[in-house]
Design a protein. Structure first.
Length: 231
């Protein structure tokens, strides 16, 4: 009878996906940046680079893909849109005017509130002429560094080149139901939206016959504001 080989037993984290998946998960922010929205000039997606908390026995992506012997991420990683929709100037169906820059600043304010770094945003008052400059400063100075937050991650399905379903990740809207992210506080009830498949997985795909105009329209439903504030 052969003897048991204990050296090659894989830890439970070995088969876990290296990328973030839809659901409720604790993550830290590594970076944040603006991405042009191709269907409307001047519109932006706000992208968050996230990493989950450490997973025991996990074999993550390399931090630097050009250094194969270098450190690896200790958790799942992924790029998450701050909103399903692009930030753009416009108005709601009810006729309320929406400012791209104000909506982006509201999102940054909500992050600062969650990480208890509102003073950082206050310190930027009258320092920036453009929203691009403010976001770059936020990303460079990283007041969010190494702070874990609870997130609700939504997913829009798409088929990858290997014919497997992947997800384009985005955050749900702020609402009376809860927030897309919140601070982790021992003993406190989480204010984060509870993930559920029906509400937070978008299965409808853009058909090949759908026009670019229709696709743009489906991604340009300008959301209502989150909370008003003044810089």
């Amino acid at each position: 009878m052969s003897k048991l080989n204990t050296k090659d037993v894989k830890a439970s984290g070995a088969g876990i996906a290296k990328t973030l998946q839809p659901g409720n998960i604790a993550c830290k922010i590594h970076g944040i940046e603006l991405e042009d929205f191709k269907f409307k000039e001047g519109a932006y997606h706000l992208l968050l680079s996230l990493e989950s908390g450490p997973i025991e026995g996990f074999d993550g992506f390399l931090v630097d893909k050009d250094k194969p012997e270098g450190p690896k991420y200790k958790g799942q990683v992924g790029t998450v849109k701050a909103s399903e929709w692009a930030f753009a100037d416009g108005e709601t169906k009810g006729g309320k005017e929406i400012s791209r820059d104000q909506e982006i600043m509201k999102f940054l304010k909500n992050i600062c509130v969650a990480i208890d770094k509102v003073k950082w945003l206050d310190s930027q008052d009258n320092k920036h002429e453009t929203i691009e400059s403010l976001v770059k400063a936020f990303n460079k100075e990283k007041p969010f560094k190494d702070i874990l937050l609870d997130f609700c991650l939504c997913g829009k399905e798409y088929m990858n080149k290997n014919n497997f379903i992947n997800y384009e990740l985005f955050l749900p809207k702020f609402s009376k139901v809860g927030s897309p992210f919140a601070a982790i506080k021992a003993g406190a009830v989480s204010k984060v939206i509870v993930f559920n498949v029906d509400d937070h997985i978008k299965r409808k795909k853009v058909e090949a016959s759908q026009s670019l105009e229709d696709q743009a329209s489906s991604e340009m439903n300008i959301p209502e504001g989150t909370q008003d504030f003044e810089l």
